[in-house]
Design a protein around this ligand. Structure first.
Ligand code: ADP
Ligand code: ZN
Length: 600
C-alpha cells in the first residue's frame, strides 16, 4: 500500500488529523521544497520533519543543539517503531562507528546530530556517501547572533546548502520576531524556502494572575485542588527561596526538588533527570531551569515572584502543556515584587537607554497583572498577534473582576506619600493612613500629619493593593536604592481631581473552573485513571523510558472515554499507533478489562 502523510500520521503516530499547518508543511517538504516553520511550543513541529523523513527515501538528518535531549527524542521515536539514532559526544567510539556504518547502509530513518559534529569534514564526507532524505534544523533561532541562544556552529550550517543543494531543508523555531526570522533566512540561505508562520497562541494553557495573599497557602490550595500528582514547575526569584519552598513542599507531601545555578552540577543533573523521567515531580527552580526542557506533560507552571518582562513570562509559562492537553499558568505577585524588580533593573549593567528599556518591559508586565480584561488578548497583542474575541480560558474571562472608583482613596494615598516626604516604603505610609501609632510613626512625628488616620476604615491589605495598582498605572515610582515611594508627574492631574481612576477589586482566590482545565477526570473514573497511570509507570520502568514515551496523558484520558476492549478498539485512541498497540497494548487492555468485569 502506498504511504501517504495521513497514513503515516495514523499508523505510526496514532493521530487521526493534522494540526494547523502541519499537513501543508509535510507536503511541501515531502515534495522536495525548503521550508521555514515558525510555530509555538507544543504546536507540533517535530511531525513536520518526521513524517517527510518516513515518506522520502534515505535518512533524515536532524540538527539539534541540546545533546542532553537527543536520547529522549530518539527513544520516543523508537517506541513508535521508527529507526532512529544519534551521533554525539556521549557515545563511545565503538557506538559512533556502528551508527556511522548503519547510517551509510541506510538502516536509519532519522538521525540526530549536534551542529558542531555535523559541520566537521568527516561527517560531511560520511553524508556524501549516504542517501539523505532531508535536513531538519531544529531551534533554528540559534543562528541569531544577538539572540539568547546563539550558537556559533549554527552559522556554519550554510555548508549544507552548498554541499547538498538537492536535499530539502526545513528550519524550525518558536521564536518568531521578524528580525530573527530574517537572520535565519540569510544565514541558512533559505531565500527560496516556503514560509509557514503560525500565531503565538497556546490555547490549552489557562492563564491566571493573582495578588499574593499568603502565597504558600495559595500555592498549596492550587496544587492540592487542581494538580495533585501532576508534574510542574514552581519558579522563584532567589536561590534561597527555591530551597525553602522545595523543603516546605516536601513536608507537605509533594515530590518537590530544588534546582538553581548554585547547586552542584551532579545534583542539578539528577533532579532534572527525575523531573523528565517521572510523572509527578514538582521542580522548584530559578529561571536557570527550563531552556530546552521539552517534557510534554508539564501540567502547571506557578510563579511565586513576578517575571521581569512579558517575554520571560511567556517563555516560562510556555513550558506547560506542550502535549496540547489542559495546563495552568499561575502567577502570584505583590508590591514587593515591583520594588525588588525595579531595584534589580536599576542596578543592572548597561547604558541608561538599556535600563529604560528594561523598565518599560517591567511596566508592561505589571500592566498585564493588573488587567481587568482578557489576559490572552493583551499577551498576544504584545507579540503583534491578534485574538479578536476574549479567550474564555484566563482568570479574567472566567471570573470578570469587579472594578471600583478609587479616585478618592488614591488621592488620600498619594497625599500621604507627599506629606511623609517621599522617603518611606509602603508599610509605613499605610500605617500613617490607618492611624497606627507605631514606633516609627511616633519617632518621625507622623501622627501630627493631616493625613494621619484618614484611611482608618480600610484594611492594610486593601491599602497595599491600592498602592500596588497605582505603581502599576505609573502614578507611583519606587526609589531604586531604598524602596521608598515617589510621586510621578502623572499624579498632578489625579490630585487636582482632573482624572478618575477605576481599579480592580482584588478577588478572593477563585477555584471556579473554566471550560478547559487541568486534566479533569470524573470522580467515578478516578480508580481506573490511577490504575492506567500505574500501568504506564510500570512499563516506563520496565523499558527504561519516561512515562510520556509510553503514552501521553491525553491518550490515557481518551482511554477512559473509549474503554477499548480489543486491540482494534485501542487503535482508535489518540496517540496509539501500530507499534505502541503491539508493544504496550495488552497491558492496558488487561487493566481496562479488569475494571469492566469488576463493574466499576
Ligand atoms: P513542538 O516541538 O512544536 O514544541 P512537538 O512536536 O513536541 O511540539 O509536539 C507537541 C505535542 O503534540 C507532542 O506530544 C505531539 O505528539 C503532539 N502532536 C503533534 N501533532 C499532533 C497531531 N496532529 N495530533 C495530536 N497530537 C499531536
Ligand atoms: Zn481571556
Amino acid at each position: 500500500m502506498k504511504q501517504t502523510p495521513l497514513s503515516v500520521l495514523e499508523h505510526i503516530f496514532g493521530y487521526d488529523k493534522f494540526r494547523g499547518q502541519q499537513e501543508a508543511i509535510v507536503e511541501a517538504v515531502t515534495g522536495g521544497d525548503d521550508a521555514l516553520v515558525i510555530m509555538p511550543t507544543g504546536g507540533g513541529k517535530s511531525l513536520c520533519y518526521q513524517i517527510p523523513a518516513l515518506l522520502r527515501p534515505g535518512v533524515a538528518i536532524v540538527v539539534s543543539p541540546l545533546i542532553a535531549l537527543m536520547q529522549d527524542q530518539v527513544e520516543a521515536l523508537r517506541a513508535l517503531g521508527v529507526r532512529a539514532g544519534y551521533l554525539n559526544s556521549t557515545l563511545s567510539s565503538r557506538e559512533l562507528y556502528d551508527n556511522e556504518q548503519a547510517l551509510q547502509s541506510g538502516d536509519f530513518d532519522v538521525i540526530y546530530i549536534a551542529p558542531e559534529r555535523l559541520v566537521q569534514a568527516r561527517t560531511i564526507n560520511l553524508l556524501r556517501h549516504s542517501q539523505i532524505s532531508l535536513f531538519a534544523i531544529d531551534e533554528a533561532h540559534c543562528v541569531a547572533q544577538w539572540g539568547h541562544d546563539f550558537r556559533a556552529d549554527y552559522l556554519r550550517l550554510e555548508v549544507l546548502h552548498n554541499e547538498f543543494p538537492a536535499v530539502p531543508r526545513i528550519a524550525l523555531t518558536a521564536t518568531a520576531d521578524t528580525r530573527t526570522r530574517q537572520e535565519i533566512i540569510d544565514r541558512l540561505a533559505l531565500h527560496n524556502a516556503r514560509q509557514f508562520i503560525s500565531g503565538f497562541d497556546r490555547p490549552n494553557i489557562q492563564y491566571r494572575i493573582q495578588p499574593k495573599d499568603r502565597a504558600r497557602q495559595q500555592l498549596i490550595k492550587f496544587l492540592k485542588q487542581e494538580h495533585d500528582g501532576d508534574a510542574g514547575i514552581v519558579y522563584c526569584l532567589s536561590r534561597d527561596k527555591v530551597e525553602k519552598t522545595a523543603m516546605w513542599l516536601r513536608e507537605e507531601g509533594f515530590d518537590a526538588l530544588p534546582y538553581h545555578a548554585g547547586l552542584p552540577a551532579e545534583i542539578r543533573a539528577k533532579h532534572q533527570r527525575r523531573f523528565l523521567r517521572e510523572d509527578s515531580v514538582v521542580m522548584v527552580a530559578t529561571i536557570a531551569f527550563g531552556m530546552g526542557i521539552d517534557k510534554p506533560d508539564v501540567r502547571f507552571v506557578a510563579h511565586l515572584d513576578m517575571p521581569k518582562s512579558i517575554e520571560a513570562y511567556y517563555q516560562e509559562t510556555g513550558r506547560a502543556g506542550r502535549d496540547g492537553a489542559p495546563a495552568t499558568a499561575l502567577l502570584l505577585y505583590g508590591f514587593e515584587d515591583v520594588v525588588k524588580l525595579r531595584q534589580m533593573t536599576s542596578n543592572s549593567e548597561g547604558s541608561e537607554a538599556f535600563r529604560r528599556a528594561e523598565q518599560d518591559r517591567l511596566n508592561a508586565m505589571l500592566a498585564l497583572c493588573e488587567l481587568a480584561t482578557c489576559r490572552r488578548q493583551i499577551l498576544l497583542r504584545y507579540f503583534d498577534d491578534d485574538l479578536p474575541e476574549p479567550c474564555g480560558n484566563c482568570d479574567t474571562c472566567i471570573t470578570p473582576p469587579l472594578t471600583w472608583d478609587a479616585t478618592e482613596a488614591a488621592q488620600k494615598a498619594l497625599s500621604c506619600v507627599y506629606r511623609t516626604g517621599q522617603r518611606f516604603g509602603v508599610q509605613h505610609v499605610v500605617d500613617v493612613l490607618r492611624g497606627e501609632k507605631t514606633e516609627r510613626v511616633k519617632s518621625m512625628e507622623h501622627h501630627q500629619l493631616s493625613t494621619f488616620g484618614i484611611g482608618a476604615g480600610v484594611s492594610q491589605t486593601e491599602w497595599k493593593a491600592l498602592f500596588r495598582q497605582l505603581a502599576a498605572l505609573g502614578y507611583l515610582d519606587v526609589d531604586r536604592e531604598f524602596g521608598s515611594l515617589l510621586l510621578t508627574e502623572s499624579c498632578r492631574a489625579l490630585l487636582r481631581g482632573e482624572v478618575n481612576v477605576e481599579l480592580r477589586k482584588d478577588a478572593k482566590i477563585t477555584t471556579k473552573r473554566g471550560k478547559r482545565q487541568a486534566i479533569e477526570v470524573d470522580h467515578e473514573d478516578l480508580p481506573l485513571w490511577h490504575a492506567l497511570r500505574q500501568c504506564r509507570r510500570r512499563l516506563s520502568e520496565e523499558y527504561g523510558v519516561p512515562p510520556y514515551v509510553i503514552f501521553h496523558d491525553a491518550s490515557l484520558k481518551h482511554m477512559l472515554e473509549v474503554r477499548p476492549q480489543s486491540t482494534q478498539q485501542l487503535m482508535q485512541v489518540s496517540g496509539v499507533g501500530d507499534a505502541k498497540a503491539q508493544k504496550y497494548g495488552q497491558s492496558f487492555l488487561d487493566v481496562l478489562r479488569e475494571y469492566e468485569y469488576s463493574g466499576r
